[in-house]
Design a protein around this ligand. Sequence first.
Ligand code: ATP
Ligand code: MG
Length: 237
Amino acid sequence: IDAPGAGPITVKRGSVEFNNVTFGYLPERLILKNVTFSVPAGKTIALVGPTGSGKSTIIRLLFRFYDVETGSIIIDGQNIKTVSQESLRRSIGVVPQDTVLFNNTIKYNIKYGRLSATDADVIEAARGAEIHDKILQFPECYDTQVGERGLRLSGGEKQRVAIARTLLKAPSIILLDEATSALDTQTERNIQESLTRMCANRTTIIVAHRLSTIIHADEILVLQEGEIVERGRHDHL
Ligand code: ATP
Ligand code: MG
């Protein structure tokens, strides 16, 4: 669905803008209504709001699962509709709510396409995501098969694999759909630390469920039925 001749995007610092974006999956039902916000390069915004309010839709539009017809999404001055989807996705790191691992080794899952990454790079990323020590306990360490047909990891462990993958990718922009599942406090603290490390100095858009995430955001957008009804910092809302 790329426009003819769509070239690669040039993402440098990674500023993100939504300008009057109106979107519906079906024409008769609008999911986002006139959504406008901007994230300066290197800053973090948190999206909060009730279920169905459109938070994940914003993430999907940025990753260009769908194109917007009304309004525009701009990254570093470029309308994402005009660049190739593949280059856009190469430039953005995503940590989804429910990470699905490939039926392959843990190493493969962290590298995921970055064939030039060395074992040392993989270990560094795993350390950053607080998952290295866990991996060393697996029967074949980094060569252990994981996924449906291998070792099953918990939700929190899978998310940390996705964080390691994103650390290795080192994108300027990170999209994070925070898991809603309850985690024990120690795991939550570990994940929070790895997330903070991952997002430092990167433009980050987080669908936030945890208060600790919300407190750390530079700005919070409150969505309700597809509209931004409030915005500001934690201490102002
Ligand atoms: P949650 O907190 O439950 O994850 P959310 O704020 O992320 O909710 P979205 O996933 O953005 O909500 O969904 C917003 C609305 O769009 C919902 O009413 C949902 O039913 C609808 N929706 C989501 N995906 C599709 C789709 N592929 N086709 C049609 N409608 C969809
Ligand atoms: Mg969602």
